[in-house]
Write a protein of this length. Structure first.
Length: 418
């Protein structure tokens, strides 16, 4: 299986797909899957832009809406995780994962799926210690704090991933695992990005939770983005004999290292996405603890046994099959011929994919922060719409720090980061 990996998408699907199509033609090869490591920016309409944490001058529709509307079709199956520049309102309705557009699959805030027999796991967002132990307390419409905190990694999602026991082939995180620079050519990195030196020296460059996940899961490959540069590392996991090949990639710009093709052993295609049985069992076990406040989760309150959950999931998938539920549009799509002053729904959309997923697992729907926890989710047929360069302080700006050359732009970046 030939897989293309891309760093930060920043909504420029047209350019990435065009590059890959050209590569296929020139090299007379076939790409089976595209992976994106975050900042995908699945912006469907002008309302989604309000949930996108970027400076105003970078708020644009870009090209995802064309694939959401059906005007264009993704030429390759595509899977992505969330970064720190996302339309968080849309990704929240697909918290458990699902089709963001036809052929374009969001892995969820945390998740594991299969593509063919290749097992892909991922963690969306970036690590910030002051929000790590909080629940998912943010509610629509997001305020100025929520629009940033919602994409900060939570212990709840990491804990679920830490329960995975079966081998992971590919894992994705947006920011780099903490300490990964110790396993690669750090001098070459500092030659290109000298402003990383202080954080590397202090041991603060990267995602602590991602480092813990790498040590536990020991995947064959790990891909990241976020820092807008290419960096490779080889992580040896003690005496286990297992090795993780790590690669971080740049954002999509001409002349930048934003794309890499690699091959992984797999069964013969054609390949499709399928739910992962172990991950669904973990989801069923821990969903009753879904945290909707700033309080830390007490994981000992999980009452369901994992083997019981595993058998339940196995029976369900045997009856229904393991393909993800079909894509459904849940919000109006951008129309360049119409005014941007349209009256968009400002609350939470109940995505039919999410409702069907929870109905399959017989789990309650918590994403609209409902207090009526005594009912199972509605069946799919009853769907209706409801509702300075201080990296340690906040998030990497949408544009490159290298390219900042005037005080006004620096102030704009600082405003976006704090």
């Amino acid at each position: 299986m030939r897989i293309a990996v891309e760093g930060c998408m920043h909504g420029d699907l047209d350019s990435v797909y065009a590059t890959l199509l050209h590569l296929q033609e020139v090299e007379k090869t076939k790409i089976d899957l595209l992976i994106c490591c975050g900042d995908f920016q699945a912006v469907r309409n002008e309302k989604d832009l309000e949930s996108l944490n970027v400076p105003l001058k970078f708020r644009s529709m870009n090209s995802f809406w064309k694939y959401y509307s059906g005007e264009k079709a993704a030429p390759f199956p595509t899977i992505f995780i969330g970064g720190n520049h996302e339309a968080s309102n849309y990704l929240w309705e697909l918290y458990y994962g699902g089709w963001a557009a036809p052929q374009i699959y969001f892995l969820g805030f945390a998740g594991v799926v299969k593509f063919g027999n290749v097992r892909i796991g991922g963690l969306s967002g970036i690590y910030k210690a002051h929000h790590y132990y909080s629940g998912h307390y943010e509610k629509l419409p997001y305020n100025e704090q929520d629009i940033r905190s919602i994409y900060h990694v939570r212990e709840y999602d990491v804990h679920k991933l830490m329960q995975v026991e079966e081998p992971i082939d590919v894992f994705l995180s947006h920011d780099w695992p903490l300490g990964i620079t110790d396993c690669g050519n750090v001098q070459n990195l500092l030659h290109r990005k000298p402003f990383f030196e202080q954080e590397i020296r202090e041991g603060t460059l990267g995602n602590r939770a991602a480092a813990e996940l790498m040590a536990k899961l020991k995947p064959s490959y790990w891909f990241s983005a976020h820092l807008h540069c290419k960096f490779a590392a080889l992580v040896k996991h003690g005496d286990s004999g297992r090795v993780t090949k790590f690669l971080a990639l740049d954002k999509c710009l001409p002349g930048r290292n934003f794309l890499q093709i690699f091959e992984v052993e797999s069964e013969t295609g054609p390949y499709e996405f399928n739910y992962d049985e172990e991950w669904l069992a973990i989801t069923r076990k821990f969903n009753p603890l879904f945290p909707l406040t700033k309080m830390r989760v007490n994981f000992s309150d999980a009452k369901l046994g994992i083997q019981e959950c595993r058998q339940f999931v196995r029976n369900k998938l045997q009856m229904r099959g393991s393909k993800p539920f079909d894509f459904v549009q849940t919000a109006p799509c951008h129309n360049p011929s119409q005014s941007v002053t349209r009256d968009f729904h400002s609350g939470h959309y109940r995505n039919p994919q999410t409702e069907s997923f929870l109905h399959l697992l017989e789990l309650q729907y918590f994403l609209d922060h409902s207090t009526d926890f005594g009912k199972l989710p509605q069946s799919p047929g009853s769907f209706s719409s409801k509702g300075s360069f201080d990296y340690s302080s906040e998030d990497i700006p949408i544009d490159d720090v290298d390219d900042v050359d005037d005080a006004d732009e620096q102030n704009e970046i600082d405003d976006a980061e704090t």
